[in-house]
Design a protein around this ligand. Structure first.
Ligand SMILES: [Zn+2]
Length: 337
């Protein structure tokens, strides 16, 4: 699979090498067509069979599939640049049908708590990250799982005491629960004082979904499930951070050997940005809009970027649909089961 990834990366590289100097300008792909051979090329074309070589144009688009040798003739060698690839199998045009590009980039920047089996281990990891980034305004992490702890109990805000006076927000491995430190917990309580009463949960759950984990005295503990995480007043990332994380997400997808990603949950700001840079994204992006009513209405209006101009043929961005949510998870007990 590594070799396969390498191969697809080669294709992506071929496609992205000629980046236009001016963003938004039509992408030109000067240079030679290429002929790749070496592994068996497996496609989803029917009838299923493998191919011995593929040809691409200078932009990296596959133009021809060769079943049998000889695929390099004297004449074609003049027009094509033959490239021998390592490995046994290659899947040209590998897609991921459900991803969150910005989330992927975000995950690569925050504290990675995956696989840690105790609160002590988590504290150590958080402390090391804080030490390495003393100037951050707040700290985020992802990947904890209370099912890996001996107690299998949810942790609490107090378990993070003494690490930092700044906000700490740690998302569970499934993304459906958030664990905050005392400082962020106090700010959440200040923003929603009615949270102190357990009745608040019933109303909130009916209106929005999600819930707040409480101790045996009905006090909130610092764990928020599903939509209740929206109560937490963590600052919104600025535009630069959003773009950096989205771009990093695309780079990671390309590094993993993907040529296209279906980005599930794109908002208006993302949309405008994607259209601006549609010609030179590191991977092809098929976007599904968030189910935000006002933004969806705007899509139909004249100022919508989707009407501005049909993206030229080389565009790597397209809006495909809308993502509707009816979501919950088993591990954080938010699923309706
Ligand atoms: Zn998703």
């Amino acid at each position: 699979m590594r070799l396969l990834g390498l191969f697809i990366y080669v294709l992506i590289y071929v496609g992205t090498i000629f980046i236009p100097a001016v963003a938004g300008a039509e992408v030109m792909c000067p240079g030679l067509d290429r002929l790749y051979f070496g592994p068996n090329f497996v496609t989803s074309l029917k009838p299923y069979q493998s191919y011995e070589a593929i040809e691409t144009d200078a932009c990296g688009t596959i133009t021809e599939l060769h079943i049998n040798k000889p695929y390099v003739t004297k004449e074609s060698e003049v027009a094509l640049k033959p490239v021998k690839l390592p490995g046994d199998y290659a899947l040209p045009g590998f897609h991921d049908a459900h991803a969150h590009l910005r989330g992927l980039g975000w995950m690569s920047e925050v504290i990675d708590l995956k696989g840690l089996t105790s609160i002590t281990a988590i504290r150590e990891k958080v402390a090391a990250y804080i030490k390495a980034h003393p100037d951050y305004d707040y700290y985020e992490g992802r990947g904890w799982d209370q099912n890996l702890f001996e107690s299998k109990q949810y942790p609490s805000a107090q378990d993070l005491d003494g690490l930092s006076d700044k906000f700490i927000s740690l998302r569970r491995v499934d993304g459906h629960a958030t664990w905050v430190n005392t400082s962020l917990f106090n700010s959440t309580m200040k923003a929603h004082p009615q949270m102190v009463h357990p009745d608040f949960d019933v109303e909130y759950k009916q209106k929005h979904g999600g819930y707040i984990v409480r101790d045996k005295y009905d006090r909130p503990t610092g764990i928020f499930i599903d939509d209740a995480t929206e109560l937490i007043p963590l600052p919104e990332p600025d535009e630069q951070t959003r773009r950096r994380q989205t771009w990093r997400g695309m780079e990671l997808a390309a590094e993993a050997g993907l040529t296209a990603v279906h980005d599930m949950g794109v908002d208006w700001r993302d949309l405008e940005w994607f259209y601006k840079y549609h010609g030179w994204l590191p991977v092809r992006v098929f976007a599904y809009m968030d189910d935000n009513h006002d933004e969806l209405l705007r899509l139909n209006q004249k100022d919508s970027p989707i009407w501005k101009s049909d993206p030229p043929e080389m565009s790597r961005f397209k809006v495909m649909g809308v993502k509707l949510y009816a979501d919950g998870a088993l591990g954080s007990r938010g699923a309706k089961l």
